[in-house]
Ligand binder design. Structure first.
Ligand SMILES: Nc1ncnc2c1ncn2[C@@H]1O[C@H](COP(=O)(O)OP(=O)(O)OP(=O)(O)O)[C@@H](O)[C@H]1O
Length: 584
């Protein structure tokens, strides 16, 4: 019984199905083109036979025109099958690129190694394989069998020798697979690892430069690189030897068939004359040609197989989200059922039993010492992390499973580490939508950023480079805030939104929250600092991933003060958490 393919493999195969007509046509053209390679041999025989015997110029001219026409057809078929396979590859890429792009993002969020640009690279590897010489050689195999049959018809002795050569060549292909696949796969893995390390080091270039860590980082990278080179050398030594043997065998077979045919001719056992000797030799070479091609290109076969497996693994890890009915826009009613949040890819329970509800327009401040689970809660609330138990629901719908393309416009999120993207300030605030300038300005004004932007020579069209490189930390945070508030979302989660803000920035933020709250926006604000408590309706206290208190702001602050007082002599300034002072 055939084993059931994993869901990822099944999905990849499904994407191949519509391409089968292309592949079938290309295979047909390939098979016909490879049969037509007989044309020069037939031409040669005919010239020897008819032209030389008849001394007819007309026959020579006719045969020459015919063979030239066949050459033209052969080239056309070659071109057509190459184009068809190229189109198939491009369609395969187009069919999967969005799905894989999304899956790579999700895997990255899960901190899974498959969550990298490697997925897109792997997709390109599979795409290019469609029109690679290794795959294009496959349709030539049936023609090789026809050639073998023709050799048998000329003489069984020649046929057996050619068959022996084909078996030996297949053995070489098998040996190539056995001896080069393990080191080539290991080299691919090492290359991916080395690239990933180099990429992450480049992202931290400033730290590396400032603390003179470049030599050490280079050393680590070169170790991975050397490992890759070692495996590559191992594979290439084995492959080189086998490729040489393969080509040698092809030549030997051609000459052996010629010599053998001559010997048979001398014994009057080859009917058809001297011309057939040469034809047998040419056909012998053609029998082995596709196999030689496959052996020579084995490296690309291993590469595509590895890429295919990685893609299947990624698609299995991140199943396609079911396309549900579009949901009505949320109004901002948040309910959090007792959460049990586990860090992706680990058994580490980060949140236990956190449970609360907020009505539209309410502002919740989440406070607690470092590592209490505030950022984790923020991630669960915006649907980035799933929860093993309990759900965060917006208007009753699980945020994690809600289609983000649909929900995203109604949600604002400012992560702790603000990441901006390559583009202009305006584009970053507008979340790269085609929004009008008025909407972008409104968001910038809300966080007090408009004047600063207008003072820049290119205003909203100022390119901010990768990661917002031309902005200060506080400015970056404000752009991130404007992006979170852009489009008047109904639910906004801000993780330490004031960590880089000065007093003026904090005041602008507090005002922005009050204004949005009046429009009915629900806020959850993770904070270490007391300044934002003034705009909070409710406070949630987290510690070690559990909910210590939740309720109206003044009640919680009062309770915190009372809880802190008797312990003050033994435990001053508890673990870096905010001081439980009432806010303005
Ligand atoms: N991706 C992750 N994998 C494993 N554990 C994680 C991950 N992210 C966070 N944690 C763990 O979860 C716990 C809570 O972390 P979290 O970032 O939510 O705390 P926090 O309250 O936001 O802290 P801080 O105020 O310092 O930002 C920590 O013990 C941390 O080690």
């Amino acid at each position: 019984m055939k084993p059931t393919p994993n869901p990822g493999t099944a999905e990849l195969r499904q994407a191949l199905e519509p391409l089968l007509p292309f592949v079938r046509r290309a295979a047909l053209y390939g098979a016909v083109a490879s049969l037509l390679v007989l044309a020069p041999s037939v031409y040669m025989l005919e010239v020897y036979d008819r032209v030389v015997n008849s001394r007819s110029h007309l026959t020579l001219a006719m045969l020459t025109v015919l063979v030239l026409a066949i050459y033209a057809v052969m080239e056309l078929l070659e071109w057509a099958r190459h184009t068809l396979m190229h189109q198939a590859g491009t369609r395969f890429e187009a069919a999967l690129s969005t799905r894989l792009f999304d899956a790579a993002f999700v895997a990255n969020r899960m901190r899974h190694p498959a969550g990298s640009v490697q997925a897109l690279q792997d997709l390109r590897t599979v795409r290019d394989f469609f029109s690679s010489p290794a795959l294009l050689a496959l349709p030539e195999l049936p023609a090789a069998l026809v050639f073998l049959l023709l050799i048998f018809l000329m003489s069984p002795v020649l046929g057996w020798v050619a068959l022996l050569g084909a078996v030996a060549q297949t053995g070489l292909a098998w040996l190539t697979e056995r001896s080069t696949q393990p080191p080539l796969s290991a080299a691919n893995r090492a290359a991916i690892e080395a690239n990933r390390y180099a990429e992450s080091s480049m992202r931290n270039a400033q730290v590396i430069e400032a603390m003179g860590m470049l030599r050490n980082v280079y050393q680590r990278w070169i170790e991975r690189q050397r490992e890759m080179l070692r495996f590559q050398a191992e594979a290439s030594d084995a492959a080189g030897l086998l490729q040489t043997a393969s080509k040698w065998l092809q030549q030997v077979l051609s000459s052996a068939l010629l010599g053998l045919a001559a010997w048979l001719l001398l014994r009057n056992e080859l009917h058809g004359g001297a011309g057939l000797m040469i034809v047998a030799s040419i056909l012998g070479g053609r029998v082995l040609a596709p196999l030689v091609q496959i052996v020579t290109q084995w490296r690309s076969v291993v590469q595509v197989r590895d890429a295919w497996q990685r893609l299947a693994g990624l698609l299995t890890l991140v199943p396609a989200a079911p396309v549900g009915m579009p949901l009505p826009a949320p109004r901002g009613h948040l309910t959090v059922e007792p959460l049990l949040a586990v860090a992706p890819g680990t058994q580490n329970t980060v949140l236990r039993g956190v449970q609360f509800a907020l009505a539209p327009g309410e502002v919740l401040a989440v406070v607690g010492p470092s590592a209490a689970g505030k950022t984790t809660l923020a991630r669960v609330l915006v649907g980035l992390w799933s929860s093993m138990g309990g759900k965060a629901r917006l208007d009753g719908v699980d945020v994690h499973t809600w289609n983000k393309a649909e929900l995203g416009a109604h949600i604002g999120y400012l992560p702790q580490d603000v990441e901006l993207f390559e583009g202009t300030i305006g584009e970053n605030i507008a979340r790269f939508t085609e929004a009008g300038r008025a909407q972008v300005e409104a968001a910038a004004r809300a966080v007090g950023l408009h004047e600063f932007i207008m003072a820049l020579p290119q205003g909203y069209d100022t390119p901010i480079g990768r990661d917002g490189a031309v902005l200060s930390g506080g400015q970056r945070q404000r752009v991130g805030l404007a992006r979170a508030l852009f489009g008047d979302p109904v639910f906004v989660v801000l993780d330490e939104p004031n960590s880089s803000l000065d007093d003026q920035g904090e005041a602008a933020l507090a005002q922005a929250i009050v204004q949005a709250k009046q429009r009915g926006t629900t806020f959850v604000v993770m904070t270490h600092r007391v300044s934002l408590l003034g705009v909070a309706d409710k406070v949630l206290v987290l510690r070690d991933g559990t909910q210590q208190m939740f309720g109206p702001r003044d009640d919680v602050l009062q309770a915190l003060r009372q809880a802190a007082q008797p312990q003050q002599p033994q435990q001053p300034a508890a673990s870096g958490a905010m001081a439980p002072r009432p806010a303005a």
